[in-house]
Design a protein around this ligand. Structure first.
Ligand code: TYD
Length: 138
């Protein structure tokens, strides 16, 4: 899995003068069962979150408010994606290094995850991640 497998998924938006509504259903709008939701908020200007890859976890990231950039890296290709609307999100398969940067003030980053939290599923060292990805490709 790599950066080319990451993709923006557009969500349904029920536009209404009373306020808009968007919904996400497991295995229908995103390609996995949602087992966990977490969110980043009150991120100070200039801070970076993320900075890891997952061995198995799949995730779907939505900017519920404000904006931020997601830098994607699979050990070969590096690419930045801006998230700034609550009616689309970014799907991340396993084995993609990600960093979240350029948070606007008031930004809220919601992450839907395919499994419960497990520290053993993380690569937190970039050099180690790149080494493993490249060894797997050979
Ligand atoms: P971390 O993965 O470093 O956050 P991010 O990647 O978003 O910058 O997690 C920060 C801390 O929160 C770390 O001690 C692990 C803990 N944590 C949980 O307990 N459960 C979770 O679902 C997540 C995502 C993190």
């Amino acid at each position: 899995m790599g950066v080319s497998d990451c993709r923006i998924i557009n969500l349904n938006k029920i536009a209404d003068p009373r306020g808009n509504l968007t919904f996400i259903e497991s295995n229908r709008h995103i390609p996995f069962e949602i087992k966990r939701v977490y969110y980043l908020y009150d991120v100070p200007g200039g801070e970076t979150r993320g900075g890891h890859a997952h061995k198995d976890l799949q995730q779907f990231i939505v900017a519920m408010s404000g904006s931020f950039d997601v830098i994607l890296d699979d050990g070969y290709v590096r690419k930045a994606v801006t998230l700034n609307r609550s009616y689309f999100g970014l799907y991340l398969p396993r084995m993609v290094w990600r960093e979240l940067v350029n948070f606007s003030s008031g930004a809220v980053c919601m992450v839907l995850a395919s499994d419960f939290y497990d520290e053993n599923d993380y690569y937190r060292d970039y050099e180690e991640f790149v080494k493993i990805v490249r060894s797997l490709a050979v």
